[in-house]
Ligand binder design. Sequence first.
Ligand SMILES: Cc1cc2nc3c(=O)[nH]c(=O)nc-3n(C[C@H](O)[C@H](O)[C@H](O)COP(=O)(O)OP(=O)(O)OC[C@H]3O[C@@H](n4cnc5c(N)ncnc54)[C@H](O)[C@@H]3O)c2cc1C
Length: 659
Amino acid sequence: MSFLNVRQKETLKLICDTFVPTLQCETGEDERVFRYCASELGVPGQVEIALEKASSDAQLSQLKTFLRLLEMRPVNGLTVRIWKSFSEMTLDERTATLYWWASSPLMMARTAFQGFKRTILAIFYAMMPDGAANPTWEGVCYPGPPALSSDIPHKITPLVVSDSVLKTDVLIIGSGAGGGVVAGELSAAGYEVMVVDKGGYYAEPDFHGREMESSQRLFEKEGLLTTADTSMSVLAGSTLGGGTTINWSASFRTPDNVLEEWAHDYGFSGATSADYQRSLDAVTLRVNVGTAESIPNRNNAMLEKGCKALCYHTDVIPRNVIGCEECGYCGYGCPFGAKQGTLKTYLQDAFQRGARIVVNAHVNHILIRNGIADGAELTLRDADGGSRQITVRARVVVVSAGTIHTPAILIRSGLGNGNIGANLHLHPVTVTFGVYDEPVEIWQGVPMSRFSRQFANLDGRGYGVTLECAPAHPGISAAALPWISGRAHKQLMQKLHRMSNIIVLTRDYYGGQVKVDKQGNPVLHYKVHPYDARHLMRGMLESLRIHRAAGAKELCSPHNAQMLFREGKDGDFETYLQRVEAAGFRGNAYALFSAHQMSTCRIGGDTARGAIDPSGETYEVKNLFVADGSVMPTATGVNPMISIMGVSHYIAQQIKAKL
Ligand SMILES: Cc1cc2nc3c(=O)[nH]c(=O)nc-3n(C[C@H](O)[C@H](O)[C@H](O)COP(=O)(O)OP(=O)(O)OC[C@H]3O[C@@H](n4cnc5c(N)ncnc54)[C@H](O)[C@@H]3O)c2cc1C
């Protein structure tokens, strides 16, 4: 049964068709972009399903309140000065109403706006009705996913579980950057290893690059996870290999200043040891980190060009690939097997050594006997949609479920250290756009190959922003671009192929919190602290300068209010920057993302500073280790995969010593 009643469904359909209306083309507009409205492609039904899957109970009840309020004449009269219910309004009136909510002083109004805007626009531009190409793609010059048929066979055979109780030496929960490395290391040392992951097993033959279907299969909450107040989209992998299967391959070692901070401020003495450096060496070797295949696509070339023109730092991003075909669809899994995530490396090694790998297996809680970990209780999802409970008994349990889920598992298992769930770092990211005369095609080529750390140390103690580029296909682009009306958004989409982006990645000093709801599910509470927001603002303004220095003719800030600057038409550039700065960062009034979650079970030299001791073991339960992004004492400031692999490799050596 749907969470919406018939009236609410009608309102939702009208909202969809206001975000994406059918419009008559004006000069220079492409019929293929302007002709279709959202309901013509079946978007309302998809949005309803997606919202129900991705939203918490609190978020769903807010959305329903929003739908109810929209149909109340007095509410619209008092807010937008239109004394009609939403369904009585013309398209222009509905547009004015939604735009009022977008820029409203009320956080609740902006929250509801964002929730609908992102989901509706992402689905409209990403979906493939009846499996065919999206009818707008030709108009936005998007070629669609390549017609590939990989002849690389599946190389891992997940365990078919028939028993209700299984046994192993080491149970590893989660198979991403952390869990994959621990599995490889402990299996190499001769231990019996079992890896369980709540995601499914997908590999080269399954990686077709279709944006919507891939997000649904491979991402946490099908790519629609947000923080509790909806202000930030949170992207994380949930598939065998975790984030390393779908990430963008940027491979940085942990910076020395970060390691010193971990050792000095948090008592993680191993961070500055030769052993830690040896762990980084080992993982970078195994996943083949290098710069030989860091060929800049046009998006990255623009970043480099703009930085050079302004004499800002810029350099090449090392990547973990072998034989990259530069197709640009690797964010949905590499169809060529070039990306050296854990799926291709550590997990594959472990599997070949006899490790058992169980997918579609959600760990509910850890079994603990007399203060010692004894295994875990899991729910297995069967192919037919059914589910069943199983128990895995183990001598050692390693929780590597990632920064969002690891604290939830520990809390559900009764652990109470105050650092569990606290200190949530998200590397908050905003994005600016530059429009060029020539094609950029942000979906094509190596997604990340150039960066700038010109503003990485804005406070003298290592906190600031890194500037990079992000690959973006039509759905995610549509969700990120400002919306002030259906026409203005379609006009922006028509320029998408000539648009570059720069992402501003903040090393957040202040953190948020992962709490669990009544069902035990994680909920992310996070607000960008004013201290970090100052850095984000500086980065955003600098990124606009870089676009311009690289030759962009139009600039666009990430604000809902669509702050455009057209060279030669909109006056003085510095005045534009002042306007953008004055718009500030009100929650849900601008595009904000996270692809890097860290620190919710941090390592600390004592129980006040951490939940995990410097060997990776929880302070509260013996033989219960954590190895993933959650153990990082602070945000790394660089893309964290290699740091997570390095820390996990280091922890694996401590587990070996203990076993
Ligand atoms: C779109 C995107 C692009 C990125 N690009 C880069 C990049 O270029 N460079 C970089 O350094 N980093 C990048 N990252 C970040 C990087 O991939 C992650 O930081 C890293 O994978 C996190 O490792 P982890 O082990 O902490 O968790 P994950 O890799 O997220 O693995 C956790 C696994 O645990 C499983 N799990 C969770 N809960 C349970 C449960 N209860 N039971 C069983 N299994 C469970 C999940 O399904 C998941 O597979 C990117 C991330 C995203 C989303």
